[in-house]
Structure formats: C-alpha cells, structure tokens
Design a protein around this ligand. Structure first.
Ligand code: PEP
Ligand code: MN
Length: 247
C-alpha cells in the first residue's frame, strides 16, 4: 500500500470549538497536519472574510494540546509578521496572491530567511510562468523549504469541476522543480465533495507527494466552501477507498 502525505482541515477557522473539534476528529483518523484559513480572500464583499488574528490562538491550542502541526494562509506581510510571532508551523500562499508578482515580491521580502515551510498554490490563471516566478522569488529571498500545491485553474470551461486541473501544466512545473514536495488540493479543483475521488486517484497515479484536503466537523454549516468539505469520517472513508496510508 502506498504512503502519501496529508494536510487536512477546514477551509476557514470559524470558532474555537469548530477548530478544536475538527482537529480532534482529524487526529483520530491519523491526520498530523491541520490547515485552517484565518484571512480569507473572498471574491465578494459581505461574505465571511475569516476571523483573522484571533484564530492564531486556536491554532496554537491545536498545536500544543493535540500535538498536530498547523498551517494557515498568508496574503500580506502583516499576516506573515503575526504568523511568525505566533509559532505556527507552516504557511501557504493562495492562488489569488501567487497570481500577482508585486504581492509575491512583498511577501518574499517579509519571509526573507524564514526557515518554516512555505507552500505555494498555483496562480488562479493557467500561467505557469507566474507559478514559477512566485517560487523563484521565495528562493531568491532565501526561503529554504518551498513546497507546491496544485489547486486547479480558472478557465472558461472547467466543468464539471470548479477549477480545471490542467494536469499537463502541473507536469511541467514538476519537471521544472523536481525536488520540491508536490501536493494536490482536490477540494479546490472539485468544488463539490462528490467529485473528489477521481481527482485524488489521478493525482496519486501521477505520484504526488500528498493531498491537501478541506475537512470540517459540520460541512453543511461551513461559512466558506461548504459544498467541497468532507467530515473527518468521510475523509477516512475516502482514504480507505483510495487504498493509501497517510503520514
Ligand atoms: C483555501 O485553501 O481555502 C483557499 C482560499 O485556497 P485557494 O487559494 O486555492 O483558492
Ligand atoms: Mn477553501
């Protein structure tokens, strides 16, 4: 049986109870790294934009009480500053940030010499140069541990998915950076939990190092990305069907 990496957790941290309950249930199924967004880049105003800084305390509680590694998204140097002060284990840069070279330059500067893992999602647009450029800017700033997340691309025709996987682009990126850990985020590709399975299967057949999946204790009540999140129990069933062990 194949062993792959797994990062799982809610799209957004919504309350202390939701974060701790989800983390506890994920720990029970063998997950060792929790993701949860605190600063949420939402397309429309008036939607839930995250709990912000106060959620750092909840993530630290998960880290200290449950012994899980924790990670969140940063989009501004001020997020980086707060995150580095808090002792969170890792961070990721989202698709709406990777797309902008000015933002990447500022973020890379704020991460200069940083020695925690920095995960880079592909840009929203299907432009591999932007993705490569984002990674190069981090390398130039002396960030040693850069990892990659494929979350699909915004295209005119992504049906049935929310974001088109465009596997050939990821293949090219992988070839460009053969030594960087490469994960697939089937949740943001699928957009619907019912569609996760074939994407996970394809990613595993392409030898990704791991999966990055959204999981929430009560997906139907989630304040963002409700349709694509899985309960920890459903995630365990998915992994079982995929016939993989997780680390
Ligand atoms: C997320 O991971 O919840 C997120 C906002 O991701 P992306 O940047 O892939 O849209
Ligand atoms: Mn999400």
């Amino acid at each position: 049986m194949k062993t792959i990496g797994l990062v799982a957790g809610p799209c957004s941290a919504e309350s202390r109870e939701q974060v701790l309950r989800t983390a506890r249930e994920l720990k029970e199924i063998g997950v060792s790294t929790l993701r949860a967004g605190l600063w949420k880049p939402r397309s429309r105003c008036g939607t839930f934009e995250g709990v912000g800084e106060k959620g750092l305390d909840w993530l630290c509680e998960v880290q200290q009480e449950l012994g899980l590694r924790v990670m969140t998204e940063v989009a501004l140097p001020s997020h980086v500053e707060k995150l580095l002060e808090s002792g969170i284990d890792m961070l990721w840069i989202g698709a709406r940030t990777t797309v902008n070279p000015f933002m990447m330059r500022e973020l890379a500067e704020s991460l200069r010499g940083c020695n925690i893992p920095v995960w880079v999602k592909n840009p929203v647009s299907p432009d591999i140069e932007l993705w490569i450029g984002a990674i190069e800017r981090l390398h130039l700033a002396g960030v040693k541990d850069v990892r990659i997340i494929h979350r699909g691309f915004c295209t005119m025709d992504s049906a049935p998915y929310r974001n088109a996987p465009l596997w050939e682009l990821t293949d090219r990126l992988h070839t460009h950076f053969p030594n960087l850990p490469f994960y697939c985020d089937p949740s943001h590709i699928a957009g619907k939990r019912e569609l996760l399975m074939p994407i996970c299967e394809k990613a595993i057949s392409l030898h990704v190092d791991g999966l990055f999946i959204e999981s929430h204790c009560c997906p139907q009540e989630a304040l963002s990305d409700a349709a694509q999140q899985l309960t920890p129990q459903a995630l365990a069933e998915l992994l079982n069907t995929l016939n993989v062990l997780i680390e």
